[in-house]
Design a protein around this ligand. Structure first.
Ligand code: NAG
Length: 304
């Protein structure tokens, strides 16, 4: 009896609840134009994206031996990875600003415009159509492997929006280049540009923030060899780390989930729930900003 009363609502939830709890069978999203929607890995509305972008542009402490060209052309612009934000207890991160080439290594290596793809990514064989990942130069990943064990959560700010992803692959070309992300990430950032293996976003205007340490590694409960299986974990880790970083940079004033644009500071997130900072009472734009079954009513997460 227990079995029936519990399993029927869960089955209904599985059928109709896709916009709420983003646990997925990754293979269903493993298509060039059928990847997970950007809302599955977008930063929550409490994250001060514009302020983080300006702060990133001011980072100035170079990581030694971490300057790379953005492509293999002669005289290509060079970009340096910065360590200004690596000392924080929580939300420690490397930061750089680069272009965004498209990487399809892993099981989707045959993507459009990608004749030289590899079957594997550094920590598995990710699906570039399903996983928002970014790529770092191999020399950097190897030298800082202790800080970056692999699958670390990070974010890009592109086109004014912030999306979370993982450090899933490294670039071993000659020369090693910087500024690269998976097919899904690149096409979510720049949806109108038909980006592909042979056509990236060339402007050096994408901010990359890569969190360090074991605490920032997306766990195997949310990721397998090929796919992200739980986007709620990715977003909640991303929001938590990014909120900690923003607090350390004094871009937000205190309280959990506090909105940087609200000076009144009346943004209670008192309710506890699965997705910290997105519980009843937290600010929201739509239900994707709210935990579990909560909906967005008049700008606040609330039960239906
Ligand atoms: C998905 O991730 C969230 C947040 O980490 C977690 O609370 C939830 O239990 C996970 N769902 C499944 C089905 O594993």
């Amino acid at each position: 009896m227990m079995t029936y009363s519990r399993s029927i609502p869960l089955a209904l939830l599985a059928l109709f609840g896709t916009g709420l709890a983003q646990t997925v069978d990754g293979s269903k999203f493993d298509k060039p134009d059928g990847g997970p929607p950007g809302s599955y890995f977008a930063a929550g509305s409490s994250i001060p994206v514009a302020a983080l972008q300006s702060a990133a542009a001011k980072a100035s402490t170079p990581v030694p031996d971490a300057t790379y060209p953005i492509n293999g052309d002669k005289g290509a612009k060079k970009v340096t990875i910065h360590s200004d934000w690596t000392k924080f207890d929580q939300g420690a991160a490397y930061v750089w600003i680069a272009d965004m080439d498209v990487d399809c290594d892993g099981i989707d290596y045959k993507c459009k415009g990608n004749p030289d793809g590899q079957h594997q990514t550094n920590f598995g064989a990710l699906a570039a159509y399903e996983v928002p990942f970014f790529v770092i130069p191999d020399r950097f990943g190897t030298k800082y492997a202790k800080q970056l064990p692999g699958n670390n959560v990070g974010a890009v700010i592109c086109n004014g929006k912030m999306f979370y992803g993982i450090y899933g692959d490294s670039d071993g070309d000659t020369p090693q280049v910087i500024g690269e992300a998976s097919w899904l990430m690149a096409r979510t950032c720049f949806p109108n540009d038909d980006l592909n293996g042979n056509s990236g976003h060339g402007d050096v205007d994408v901010t990359y923030i890569l969190f360090t340490g074991d605490d920032s590694v997306l766990p195997s409960s949310a990721l397998n060899k090929n796919y992200v299986t739980n986007f709620t974990t990715l977003r909640s880790m991303g929001d938590k780390l990014m909120t900690a970083l923003a607090k350390n940079l004094k871009l937000v004033d205190g309280g959990d989930g506090g909105s940087p644009t609200t000076t009144a500071g009346s943004n209670p997130t008192s309710g506890s729930c699965e997705w910290e900072g997105h519980c009843a009472g937290a600010s929201c734009k739509d239900e994707n900003d709210c935990s579990g079954h909560l909906v967005c009513k008049s700008g606040k997460c609330a039960s239906d």
